[in-house]
Design a protein around this ligand. Sequence first.
Ligand SMILES: Nc1nc2c(ncn2[C@@H]2O[C@H](COP(=O)(O)OP(=O)(O)OP(=O)(O)O)[C@@H](O)[C@H]2O)c(=O)[nH]1
Ligand SMILES: [Mg+2]
Length: 235
Amino acid sequence: MHDGGVGAVANHPEPPVPSCELNRSCGIVMPPPHQVRFLRGCALPEQIPAEGLAEIAFVGRSNVGKSSLINALLGIKGLARVSRTPGKTQQINFFEVDRRFLLVDLPGYGFAQVPEAVRRGWGPLVEAYLGSRRSLRLVVFLLDFRRMPSPEDLQLQAWLSERRVPVRFVLTKADKLSRNQRKIQARKISEALNVGVEDLTHCSAVTKEGTRGLWAILRNALDKPPPSCLNTASR
Ligand SMILES: Nc1nc2c(ncn2[C@@H]2O[C@H](COP(=O)(O)OP(=O)(O)OP(=O)(O)O)[C@@H](O)[C@H]2O)c(=O)[nH]1
Ligand SMILES: [Mg+2]
């Protein structure tokens, strides 16, 4: 778990109030449009906001597509800043959705080009957030569908697993692979992670493939009570 980057995200104006149906069980509005508000960007642990609404965090190496996936899920281009240059997101960005929950865009890891000061700050910042966040319902752990998990991915997986943080693996950039390549690659990745193929979800921020299924996973996680392992009092 190293690296990351700092970048400013502007305050985004609120789009119009959604008109789509409310989900019956938890009142969460399902696929776009959504009312989204940029809550805060944090470059230092002390800037992390107090706990409140339920949260879903997006983690993974730089350039894997975390910010793009958040934009695709919310149907708002340019909400979370996206770049071809790894290390675009260098702070933890909190987006409040429909006044009901937060999507949290974490800085990526694994790119040597990121400034040393930022890289050194990544561990304490991300650990301060992921290590004891009771409002965290799920970590969406992104992996590039075309690549094998890196040593840093596996290190983060082990770290989250030790703390029993609920994780869902999502394979990104599915649009870059054929059906056959997907099958082969999903099997290889599942073996490397030591999880079942059925525990992997794939998606594309470009074609939006898989985003509805991912919404169902997010909704399910948001419906659940906070995992007791994240109760800081018990640690
Ligand atoms: N083809 C394709 N490209 C994608 C997809 N998702 C993201 N990208 C591209 O991958 C690059 C990185 O995307 P980001 O969303 O900025 O990645 P990130 O994980 O937020 O990166 P950091 O902020 O550096 O941690 C950009 O050029 C995106 O356009 C996808 O599903 N398909
Ligand atoms: Mg990003």
